[in-house]
Ligand binder design. Sequence first.
Ligand code: OAD
Length: 314
Amino acid sequence: MTTETKQEPLVDELASAISKVHLDQREIDSPKSLREAADLILQAKNILVLCGAGVSCAAGIPDFRTPGTGLYDNLQKYNLPYPEAVFELTFYAKNPKPFVSLAKEIWPGFKHKPTLTHSFLSLLADKEKLLRTYSQNIDGLEYLANIPEERIVECHGHFRTASCINKRCRTVADAEVVKETIVTKGEVPKCEKCNKYVKPDIVFFGEDLPERFHSLLSPDLRKADLCLVLGTSLQVAPVSMIPDMVKCRRILLNRERVGTFGKKDVFHAGDCDDSIKVLAELLGWQDELEQKHKEAHASIGKEDSEKSKTTATK
Ligand code: OAD
């Protein structure tokens, strides 16, 4: 964990007042919702962020449920009984081919780069305002955006490790071999010990979330003083329940209103990156954000695969 800043109360108040003046002085052509959001972010010290697929859309990765463009509307070639079957454990145990073919296509590499929204989260971490980002995404872009590892919870797992799906075996497989079997050979990986199927540690429907999610959530819910929800339809439990469990103000930046977000909350409709751009301007952070974003993109080619291979937090 990074160390928290301990400021004297008076210094704290002064800093908040100065920030407010700074905010009020901005050219305010911006929507009220984003001005409110900026104000809340300035005051917050422990922001709990909840991300969904919408955060990565600007990187060229489709979301799941947007009609027409979402992944679930584009799986016809796999002849599934229903789209979600591709991420179902019982289905995989009987017919692993559709997931393996899909995984070959979507395996995280360096084709996709972090979005401005990812970089904003990394900037929140620099400013010691990011308590944790709970991401439902399996694209690993949080790491590529340089958000510190201890600030990330990959609620729905990742591709960096793999294990046997047999509940009585659960042997950890060699991740590089699994990647080669799926991505290079297009074959279904099997367990060396029991010969049942192996899959990357993506959380399928019917599976529990990683231990890290369970151990961090309760203390984080107690500590959070602001909840920022980004680019998710809030349709998959238990992550979808997080906004209803916090005891603080909530902000939703999404194309449409979702979950239980209502009048007491701050909601801004639109694409995440567009909202974040305005937010950064309101906060007076646009130069820092641009710099952060440039650095993240520049470091991707250089450090190559090491970053996404080795930062495995289960
Ligand atoms: P969904 O596809 O269900 O929802 C994406 C949400 O983001 C929708 O409300 C979109 O309108 C909105 N959206 C799309 N593009 C956006 C953008 N550029 N800016 C802002 N909002 C945008 O995706 P998730 O909620 O993330 O599970 O889905 C949750 C889980 O369902 C996923 O983690 C996945 C899936 O089954 C696994 O992969 C295991």
